[in-house]
Ligand binder design. Sequence first.
Ligand code: PMP
Length: 399
Amino acid sequence: MFERFLSKDAALLKGSEIRDILKITEGKNVISLAGGLPAPDTFPVEEIKKITQDILDNDPEKGLQYTATAGISEFRRELVNLSNKRGITGINDRNVFATVGSQEALFMIFNLLVDPGDVVIVEMPSYLAALNILRSRKPIFIGVNVKENGLDLDELETKIKKSISEGKKPKLLYVIPTAQNPAGTTMNLSDRKRLLEIAENYDILVVEDDAYGFLVFDGDNPPPLKALDKSGRVIYTSTFSKILAPGFRLGWIVANEEFIKNVEMYKQNVDLHTPSFTQMIAMEAIKRGVIERQIPKIRQIYRHKRDVMLDAINKYFPKDARWSKPVGGMFVFAWLDKKIDTTKMLEEAVKRGVAYVPGASFYYDYSGRNTMRLNFSYPTESDLEKAIQILSSVIKSFS
Ligand code: PMP
């Protein structure tokens, strides 16, 4: 009955496939490799309890009152400190902005930058919720494949040139260079530098999603693009979801001051400001070293779970399958035999007790139908092994 009242933009809205799957598995005896939930045993419950009590005892107004749209100024200074830890230097509190998760950051960034018909470059595969925001902006997409070391830069340059020769100059590249969701890849330093050179040469803005920047557990962790950005063309976002608690819905943007002012005006329309209370808790968590102590713990837990998942995949998956060996983050991505459609296979997998996310949703054009994303951060170790065993037998029955 409401359909005839909806705006044209509302018709473009699409439910998140992950949330739909989580709904199917609710209350059933299904091991879910579908979500992107942090392990609950990584939440620093006691520290949060203490911090909350202290805020209410010592400075209740700061935590409970309205605040500035860009965030509590003391918190923004801590965001500068935290960003410094990722190697982003030469910034001050006017370059940072507190958001309701990095999801809101991406929503505001894409709404501020992308008009219908603008050419936007995305990775194939890429983060599905970001793709959904972009879709709502009605751009022309260019997809560039992700290889073992992240974005294929030769393909990127070829596709940029082709698009320019067709009179369509790309405006923006959305990229997850570190522990990519879903592909699990991390770009090396020289590729990062080359990517920035390409962006510079063709005057393309870069939106860098560093959601897993603190969660690299193997090898060295190259600096984010923003740390290498000399001209201010990188807009950076990160989140407290993976290093503190996703329920706080707290993230941040680092960008040049001019763009931060645009974000501020936009956010006044969205929700005035990010909740003061969670900003205060996160601020104290940074100041008291809680985050710094958390990070190595989380890395250790996820490294171990990643190993359990990869060992099981090695043991049970069909030999013609290919999968990522992530050095960080929370996901393994798998490419199966071309004739398998993982969307069609999901129902059978759920029936047998395992859920995953079919890979097509991570491709702007819904290709990649033979791929799947598997989460290792949330399930217990024994469930991980069991789930991969079941999933392998489902895959084999579809081969
Ligand atoms: N970007 C990426 C790549 C993600 O994986 C996620 C969470 N799954 C987000 C952004 C959004 O996270 P949040 O809104 O919780 O900060």
